[in-house]
Design a protein around this ligand. Structure first.
Ligand code: OGA
Ligand code: MN
Length: 349
């Protein structure tokens, strides 16, 4: 998926999936993101075709009818689980995570998931980075440690130390690196350059609490009596304007097993396409606490995230904001206000 983006202007630009990505993507009123330095205003986007499972769920609880194409599965799960006609194996559980769970996993995604031996997008350039979040919070700066012979290593130091190191010292604020954190991997490490799991890379097991959560959430998509075995997870970090292009997750051996996907932070639009990019994708909102399962045929469907909403009135993160402000965690609060995190958990073998 990352790195497997389509060439500009080619055939793929004209597919139905690409058209939908363009429709929902963030544009600014005065041109695209990069060309403007003025106060930017997001161009309004027509979301009338975006499925809103929260609204559907509320109407359903009140005894209302389900929209055409949407069904509810009875699986003794404790809350309504929705599926879509024409996309067998796809499940949507609105508000599956409590506020406490959302806060817990958001915190872990920033503080512990990017810790070595887990890898992140920063590994390729800086090697393993320890305590990125704490360093950003303490306004530290990443500098190249020249003393270490031929293989340069990087380390976080106090801001005040940088001038002492002379003009030639290459340095990056930890806060900028945190903003550029795009992914980290848990459990078996996914190698993006080979697009495969590299079982030879050192790794820790998926944390037990996340494992238990994923097993419970996976049940609607599992054959009765079978248990989901979480072996790897990819954590995606989205800032305003970030997207996840249309892709398939096809590196796991058994596609009958679901991918369990948790949404945290700002609201997003998710596109669920068909088996080719030519199929018209279905758009839906993903809010903090929503869970998506993709198993069986749905694993053959292109999907992606063309948009996250970071404006105060559209992000829908007020309960999370209140929670973190009560905890006096201003740094996390600021991060949350412009970010979305997705944890997707997989059984690899
Ligand atoms: C993925 C993925 C979806 C999301 O990482 O493979 O599809 O909701 N993520 O971010
Ligand atoms: Mn995916």
């Amino acid at each position: 998926m990352y790195g497997a983006e389509k060439p500009p202007g080619g055939e793929s630009e004209r597919t139905a999936f690409r058209q939908a990505e363009k429709k929902y993507k963030l544009y600014y009123d005065d041109g695209p993101l990069k060309s403007s330095r003025k106060k930017k205003r997001a161009k309004p986007v027509d979301v009338s075709d975006v499925i809103d499972f929260e609204a559907i769920s509320e109407a359903h609880e009140r005894g209302g009818e389900l929209p055409v194409g949407v069904a509810v599965v009875r699986c003794g799960f404790g809350r309504p689980v929705f599926c879509l006609e024409g996309r067998p194996g796809f499940y949507f559980i609105p508000g599956a995570l409590s506020l406490e769970e959302q806060c817990q996993w958001m915190r872990e995604s920033l503080l512990s998931f990017p810790q070595p031996p887990n890898r992140s997008n920063h590994n390729a350039i800086y090697g393993p980075l320890q305590d990125l979040f704490a360093a950003a919070k303490e306004r530290k700066v990443l500098v190249k440690d020249e003393s270490d012979g031929d293989r340069p290593t990087w380390k976080f130091v106090d801001e005040a130390e940088v001038p002492l190191r002379g003009n030639g010292c290459t340095s990056y604020p930890a806060s900028a690196l945190l903003r550029k954190l795009r992914w980290s991997t848990l459990g078996l490490q996914f190698d993006w350059s080979q697009r495969n799991y590299d079982v030879s890379l050192p790794h820790n097991k998926i944390p037990d609490a996340l494992c238990q959560l994923a097993k419970r959430l996976a049940t609607p998509a599992m054959p009765r009596g079978e248990e989901f075995r979480p072996e790897a997870a990819i954590v995606n970090y989205f800032a305003s304007g970030d997207t996840l292009g249309g892709h398939l997750d096809d590196m796991e051996a058994d596609w009958s097993k679901p991918i369990v996907s948790l949404s945290l932070g700002c609201k997003a639009i998710f596109l669920l396409g068909g088996k080719t990019r030519q199929d018209n994708p279905i758009a839906m909102f993903l809010r903090s606490g929503d869970v998506v399962l993709m198993a069986g045929e749905a694993r053959e469907c292109f999907h992606g995230v063309p948009r996250i909403f970071t404006d105060k009135d559209t992000a829908e993160i007020t309960p999370l904001e209140l929670h973190f402000s009560r905890q006096d965690d201003c740094f996390l609060l600021e991060y949350l206000r412009s970010s979305r995190i997705n944890i997707n958990i997989r059984q690899v073998f």
